[in-house]
Design a protein around this ligand. Structure first.
Ligand code: BLA
Length: 241
């Protein structure tokens, strides 16, 4: 049982990494303390990868294994500044001892405007309509659903059935839908000037670093110094430029 739950999101992680490699992605070296870090107590582990892939200035991936307590797969894709498409954000959490899933997947919009949604969200709108189990009718406690989240985010709290049944299928489609958008978007010129895209991506990092519900958890498992550095330098480097 311990082993099975330990591997909850690993097939999805493999799939994500496979897709990145397929599209010419390479991993960049990370400081050792970020690449892999054990918890202060017990045998937990956090691992991180930083990808450089054509079309994106940064694509980060984190796997957190705290055994029965918590399993996490977290990833954010930051497109090149010449491309105003949404960021890709994924946060999947499995609390094994309580059999509780929290899954969030979204194309995180730079702007909350109809014209922007019309250009970038047709794929996600269609996908969202086919996954009522993940339809996003959930209350957000730390974030504001109108800032850097779209009206079509996939968001659910659920149990094992959802985690092992619907989620892997939806995740696969979600990632493919984002790759499709990324391919299509380069065929038409970006409407938001590069300098504004840069500022909006930076604001995303600042906003997210201030709200991230993981901060307390990181501090208790990895200590205050490591956690502050990890947030500032790896998760949200734009927050401190
Ligand atoms: C929620 N994310 C959470 C929670 C934790 C984490 C502990 C609270 C769980 C709960 O509500 O029951 C944990 N987040 C992590 C960890 C990492 C992390 C361990 O980033 C490690 C890197 N969060 C994101 C991204 C999105 C996101 C990219 O990092 C966007 C898709 C969303 N996480 C998100 C949302 C919630 C959440 C919407 C619910 C928060 C709320 O209720 O406001």
């Amino acid at each position: 049982m311990r082993l099975m739950q330990g591997l909850m999101f690993d097939p999805l992680l493999d799939q994500l990494h496979f897709g990145l490699k397929q599209r010419g992605g390479v991993t960049l070296p990370l400081p050792e303390a970020f690449a892999s870090k054990k918890t202060l107590r017990a045998d937990g582990l956090i691992q991180s990868w930083l990808w450089k892939v054509p079309g994106f200035r940064r694509w980060r991936v984190t796997r957190l294994d705290l055994g029965q307590s918590l399993q996490v797969l977290n990833s954010v894709a930051y497109p090149d500044y010449t491309n105003d498409q949404p960021l890709m954000g994924v946060d999947l959490l499995w609390f094994g001892s309580r059999s509780k899933l929290v899954a969030v997947m979204d194309f995180q919009p730079l702007l909350q405007e109809k014209e922007y949604f019309d250009r970038h969200f047709n794929g996600l709108i269609e996908l969202h309509s086919r996954y009522p189990d993940l339809n996003g009718d959930e209350i957000m406690r730390s974030f504001d659903p109108h800032i850097y989240f779209s009206p079509w985010l996939l968001f659910c709290r659920g149990g094992l059935e959802l985690a092992e049944g619907t989620l892997p299928i939806a995740f696969n489609e979600f990632i493919n839908c984002y790759w499709k958008l990324s391919e299509d978007v380069v065929k038409v010129p970006s409407r938001i000037p590069m300098i504004e895209v840069k500022q909006l991506q930076k604001n995303y990092d600042t906003y997210s670093s201030e709200r991230d519900p993981a901060h307390g958890l990181f501090t208790s498992y990895f200590g205050k110094d490591w956690s502050n550095r990890y947030l500032r330098e790896f998760l949200f480097p734009g927050s401190s430029i």
